[in-house]
Design a protein around this ligand. Structure first.
Ligand code: NAD
Ligand code: UDX
Length: 480
């Protein structure tokens, strides 16, 4: 029986390994982590992450050929293939701070593999890493090798949260990069055989190591760039009376462009896009490619601009101050169908509003109160560093209350901000909400989920990203 061990039981390690276990009954899969609470949760009825379809798979495989454990060294030493799916956050200090990827967690995993291994191993980079990381990992492993042979493969993950199981069941592609030596090719073939249990052969792409590493950064940069492009257009739509939904539809009909990933929003969030673009920018700068670095930097600048623009719109529309006013925040996760808040635009929007001292009443379908308070108290980039993740006092951020119902959040509110596109927000009883709000009642839709005309008929003053402005908003002072 082939044995797989995955180091890192997070949003990638957990779902990816659960699907391998489901699709490959002949393979034993152990997912290990240094975080004991995380492993305990994986072994309980309350999984540590919310992902549609995941719970059923874990229940089906757990204890058969899928195991979650803190016995990191034991499982690593027994495995034939070791996936490393640990955090690769943005560095918060030292050389490259605020841009470069922090490979501390990766390096400590590699050193541990070198310490405990007693047989040859295939080590798979599942984390998103800077191009050329495999070379550094190879050095760590071979300098401590005691005669053991290691083959490093790059097998970046392309799943998106909220659709992780669908994405893993039928990926657009699986990418495997390896050394172009006979041993490297053998290792690539071994990993290919794992995926071949369910992925059609023409979707498994093999490349050299550096192409695989760079393709992951490139794919995320291209995706994020699309969103910044459509968000930049949304500002121009508001200034001219064009409608971003109509523009995106017309543009996306061009088969060379395509219709996906053109939804204007309050900004992209998630643990990957910003981190990976910053990483790409840093690599370009290190290679003397200043113009290329500046090009990609702009994607993040536009994203920050979009979040600021939203905050300014809210404040300027409400007579230039939200001080002492109740603002309902509907949605805190970075997208629907996940409880993940890493780099969610809701953090920047809430922090931006809190500068003017409103009372925020926050409602999300999946995010816990503890998580929201921790997010609003944490410094930029600290969120992805496990060592910083100390529990916060629930008293932190006293202008914030967290409630479990959209009607409760909006009761007596002066304004509503929709920051996540949860389906529930499309079908709320907005007449009831309007009746219970202060007047004039404002609604700022950062995700284009509400029917603007219907809400205006009810009496709301509605702002929706990139849509023609309400007469009220047109008269308000110009924004930054
Ligand atoms: P995560 O924070 O959810 O999980 C990482 C886990 O690794 C944590 O539970 C942490 O405790 C553990 N860990 C850290 N160091 C360890 C060590 N030395 N030994 C054992 N466990 C250790 O992160 P994630 O979202 O799963 O992302 C992991 C990697 O995958 C990152 O490089 C990320 O960029 C990449 N990625 C993420 C996504 C996504 O949608 N989240 C998609 C594609 C790629
Ligand atoms: C992304 C990549 O899609 C995935 O391939 C990679 O493996 C990890 O990073 P993820 O961050 O989980 O996945 O979600 P994604 O669907 O890409 O959304 C990222 C952010 O962009 C979210 O905040 C989302 O709301 C926003 N978004 C997405 C838009 O604002 N508009 C769009 O049209 C699409």
């Amino acid at each position: 029986m082939v044995k797989i061990c995955c180091i890192g039981a997070g949003y990638v390690g957990g779902p990816t390994m659960a699907v391998i276990a489901l699709k490959c009954p002949s393979i034993e899969v152990a997912v290990v982590d240094i975080s004991a609470p995380r492993i305990t949760a994986w072994n309980s009825d309350q999984l540590p992450i919310y992902e549609p379809g995941l719970e059923e798979i874990v229940k089906q495989c757990r204890g058969k050929n899928l195991f979650f454990s803190t016995a990191v060294e034991k499982h690593v030493s027994e495995a034939d293939i070791i996936f490393v799916s640990v955090n690769t956050p943005t560095k918060t200090q030292g050389l490259g701070a605020g841009k470069a990827a922090d490979l501390t967690y990766w390096e400590s995993a590699a050193r541990m593999i070198a310490d405990v291994s007693k047989s040859n191993k295939i080590v798979v980079e599942k984390s998103t890493v800077p191009v050329k990381t495999a070379e550094a990992i190879e050095k760590i492993l071979t300098h401590n090798s005691k005669g053991i042979k290691y083959q490093i493969l790059s097998n970046p993950e392309f799943l998106a949260e909220g659709t992780a199981i669908e994405d893993l069941f039928s990926p657009d592609r699986v990418l495997i990069g390896g050394r172009e030596t006979p041993d490297g090719q053998k290792a690539t073939q071994a990993l290919k055989e794992v995926y071949a249990h369910w992925v059609p052969e023409d979707r498994i792409i093999t490349t050299n190591l550096w192409s695989a590493e760079l393709s992951k950064l490139a794919a995320n940069a291209f995706l994020a760039q699309r969103i910044s492009s459509v968000n930049a257009m949304s500002a121009l739509c508001e200034a001219t009376g064009a409608n971003i939904s109509e523009v995106a539809h017309a543009v996306g009909k061009d088969t060379r462009i395509g219709p996906k990933f053109l939804n204007a929003s309050v900004g992209f969030g998630g643990s990957c896009f910003q981190k990976d673009i910053l990483n790409l920018v840093y690599i370009c700068e290190c290679n003397g490619l200043t113009e290329v670095a500046n090009y990609w930097k702009q994607v993040i600048k536009v994203n920050d601009y979009q979040k600021n623009r939203f905050v300014n719109r809210v404040v300027s529309s409400m007579f230039n101050t939200v001080s002492g006013k109740k603002i309902a925040i509907l949605g805190f996760a970075f997208k629907k169908d996940t409880g993940d808040t890493r780099e969610t635009p809701a953090i920047d929007v809430c922090k931006g509003l809190l500068g003017d001292k409103p009372q925020l009443s926050i409602y999300d379908l999946q995010v816990t109160e503890d998580q929201i308070r921790r997010d609003l108290s944490m410094k930029k980039f600290d969120w992805d560093h496990p060592i910083h993740l100390q529990p916060m006092s629930p008293a932190a951020v006293k202008e914030v209350s967290v409630v479990w119902d959209a009607y409760e959040a909006t009761k007596g509110a002066h304004g509503i901000c929709i920051l996540t596109e949860w389906d529930e927000f499309k079908t709320l009883d907005y007449k009831k909400i309007f009746d219970n709000m202060q007047k004039p009642a404002f609604l700022f839709d950062g995700r284009n989920v509400v029917d603007v005309e219907k809400l205006r008929e009810i009496g709301f003053i509605v702002y929706s990203i990139g849509k023609p402005l309400d007469a009220w908003l047109k008269d308000m002072p110009a924004m930054a």
